[in-house]
Design a protein. Structure first.
Length: 370
């Protein structure tokens, strides 16, 4: 069924100023939990209706209950605490004004044994099961990204190496995935940015990754362990993986094409769908798609979620034709390159801009695939 979905979006949608103000008041203890949950439910319904009206066929709740896309780790797993200013953070670049925007995913450090604190994804899944007018997906940050939360002198008291910390988190994820599938979820998406080090030397330097081959082996093995756990529970589950190069307040963090990882990742990672960033030349060309085996779908992230300027259907069709030189057209689909609000403040677009972008994705998909 997932192969017929040609128009998709990555996951997050812009939060309204009212929701952001209400969340801040809730954190200050000024709004009761029950009232705040009603606000979140209304925001999730608005997100679902926006997708339905635009013609999107696989739904999320816009991730409106999350502070950022890493909430599947930071807000639901215990054993971490806020990190100091010395914590390594990506360098951000915004093309529109050259600025490095303030803010980021709140840095944390692993300070104790990791444990499952709050199954937030089950709340999202339960709401979507009742309210989505079609298939829906749950998005999860890959546990491989927790390597950045491991710090010498603090984390090693519990997990002597980064990889042991990642393995511990992967075990928690397998429990979460089992719970989601028991709740009727049929579509999972891993957001996996740990591959950055293997496509951008600057990212490898920042993360102190020197063994690129070992790093790639580790990431692939961890991601596949989750995919296999999902398939063991439900052989028909759709599993997708999203790659981007950073998406925070319309800024990006890394550059580099897929060539260094394409043969192994496209050939070995056992997902049904790859959602790939392709909105700028920072992502390189389509040549690496030659390594995608039959039966897998590549969702081309050709529409920018960072800028309000609207791409043209003709230009998007031309780029899809270029990609089809390396992979059959029937294995392709289209989406924005990332979510519209990887952090709760969102990218520098309006809700109307966002709606037009989603409508453009659907219009282009219908023009190409019918």
């Amino acid at each position: 069924m997932s192969t017929r979905i040609r128009a998709e979006h990555v996951g997050s949608l812009l939060r309204s100023p009212e929701l952001l103000e209400t969340r801040a008041a809730h954190k200050r203890g000024e709004i009761p939990e029950e009232d705040f949950r009603e606000w979140e439910d209304r925001a999730a319904l608005d997100a679902i209706n926006l997708q339905r009206d635009a013609g999107i066929e696989v739904f999320t709740d816009g991730e409106v209950r999350r502070d950022d896309f890493m909430a599947s780790v930071v807000e639901t797993v215990g054993g971490m605490e806020p990190a100091g200013e010395s914590a390594a953070r990506p360098h951000w670049h915004r093309d529109s004004d050259g600025a490095e925007p303030e803010g980021d995913v709140a840095p944390v450090v692993i300070s104790g044994s990791l444990y499952r604190k709050s199954p937030q994804s089950l709340t999202e899944a339960g709401f979507l099961a009742k309210n989505a007018p079609g298939p829906f997906k749950i998005t999860m940050a890959s546990p491989t990204m927790v390597a950045g939360f491991w710090r010498p002198g603090i984390s090693e008291r519990v997990y002597p190496t980064r990889r042991e910390a990642v393995a511990a988190l992967a075990g928690i994820y397998r429990q979460d995935i089992a719970g989601l599938l028991d709740a009727g979820v049929t579509w999972l998406q891993l957001d996996s940015l740990a591959y950055w080090s293997n496509i951008d030397p600057e990212a490898a330097k920042l993360r102190r990754v020197t063994d690129l081959e070992g790093n790639l082996n580790h990431i692939i093995n961890i991601d596949n362990s989750l995919i296999r756990a999902a398939r063991a529970k439900n052989p028909d589950v759709t599993v997708a993986m999203h790659f981007c190069r950073g998406n925070m307040r319309s800024a990006w963090s890394v550059r580099g094409g897929y060539e260094p990882i394409a043969e192994r990742v496209f050939g070995e990672v056992e997902v049904n769908r790859f959602l790939l960033e392709y909105d700028t030349d920072r992502s390189g060309g389509f040549e690496p798609l030659r390594f995608v085996p039959p039966g897998k779908t590549v969702v081309l992230g050709l529409v920018s979620s960072k800028t309000p300027e609207l791409e043209s259907v003709d230009d998007l069709r031309r780029r899809i034709d270029e990609a089809a030189r390396y992979i059959p057209l029937d294995q392709l689909a289209i989406s924005p390159q990332c979510g519209f609000a990887s952090t709760s403040q969102g990218n520098l677009l309006t809700v109307d801009d966002q709606r037009r972008k989603l409508e453009l994705v659907v219009e282009t998909a219908r023009a190409v695939w019918g």
